[in-house]
Design a protein around this ligand. Structure first.
Ligand code: GLN
Length: 308
């Protein structure tokens, strides 16, 4: 398979949908993104990297960091204990739904990939790392991706922290439901979450993360960057919850585990061992990159990745 030619076909197909998506305008800084910017990257099974489009462009990781936050939680607590704070059930509601949290059993966020679940995950890490929590998450992101230059965007962080009213509402509900410990300072906690969402990556960085997840935690040199069992758990939750209330349709159309972010990135995981990341900031109504999803249709089909 000529991966470069395949990526180009995915790009050519994806851009035919360029008018469909809408940039995330609830975070003012993201509203400035150019929705005609499209990129994709594939790490082949031997570790070679192929890219197409705006491959150098850095965008905010947004909800894709929820994979890393939950991985850090798994690395510090038993899975059974975590269930008391964050479930693993798919959600039929939007990622920032207050109603979903209100309806959930004992106010426990249904999964780690909706905002409430990631905020609780952050609070569990906060218990261990206090004011160093963000530094720990950033360092873990650099290690997993294999890029120690990875940093966060101050402007996107400031923009989100001054406009994130629904995340504040969710956090107070979690405090009220005693899912978050009352001694945590809400601003400190949310600042860690917002900084984590503002981490800047390009499509090749996402493809490296995808490569690790797809290969039970091993990088192309055979180094174990995360535990194989944790990679399996993450792939499973990506399959069932990674594209929120679009996850069922995504499973039918694309058929591989994936996690999206409102920055426009999508990272996948596939047991075939490729690493795949795509980007375009125009989103569908569920918060997933519209063109990115279309590109993945082609990539998954041509590389025969559908797991179902
Ligand atoms: N930072 C975003 C938020 O909390 C992340 C949401 C997303 O990417 N779906 O709203």
């Amino acid at each position: 398979m000529d991966i470069q030619a395949m990526l180009q076909r995915a790009y050519d197909y994806g851009i035919t949908y360029i008018d469909k998506g809408v940039v995330a305008n609830y975070i003012p800084e993201l509203a400035k993104e150019d929705k005609t910017r499209v990129g994709g990257a594939v790490v082949d099974t031997d570790g070679s990297v192929y890219t197409v489009g705006s491959d150098q462009y850095q965008f905010s990781i947004q909800s894709i960091v929820k994979i890393i936050i939950y991985l850090c939680v798994l690395e510090h607590y038993d899975f059974d204990y975590i269930q008391k704070f964050i479930g693993v059930k798919p959600s039929a509601k939007p990622f920032n739904s207050i109603l979903a949290l209100e309806l959930s059993e004992k106010n426990i966020p249904v999964n780690p990939f909706i905002n409430a679940g990631a905020i609780v995950g952050t609070s569990l890490l906060f218990r261990k790392y206090g004011n160093n929590t963000f530094e720990m998450i950033l360092k873990r992101t650099q290690e997993l991706i294999g890029n120690d230059k990875i940093d966060y965007s101050r402007s996107i962080f400031n923009s989100e922290s001054s406009s994130a009213f629904s995340n504040r509402a969710l956090t107070y509900m979690l405090l009220n439901g005693k899912i978050i410990s009352p001694d945590v300072n809400v601003d400190d906690l949310l600042n860690v979450y917002f900084k984590s969402c503002s981490i800047l990556v390009n499509v090749a960085d996402l493809a490296q993360l995808s490569f690790i997840l797809s290969r039970d935690g091993k990088d192309s040199a055979g180094k174990q960057r995360c535990n194989a069992e944790h990679a399996r758990i993450l792939r499973t939750i990506m399959a069932t919850c990674g594209t929120y209330d679009y996850s069922g349709e995504f499973a039918i159309q694309i058929g591989i585990p994936a996690k999206s972010g409102v920055g426009g990135g999508i990272v996948t995981a596939s047991r075939a061992g490729y690493g795949i990341g795509v980007y375009c900031p125009g989103l569908d109504a569920h918060g997933n990159s519209y063109v990115g999803t279309r590109m993945l249709e082609v990539i998954a089909k041509e590389l025969s990745l559908n797991i179902y």
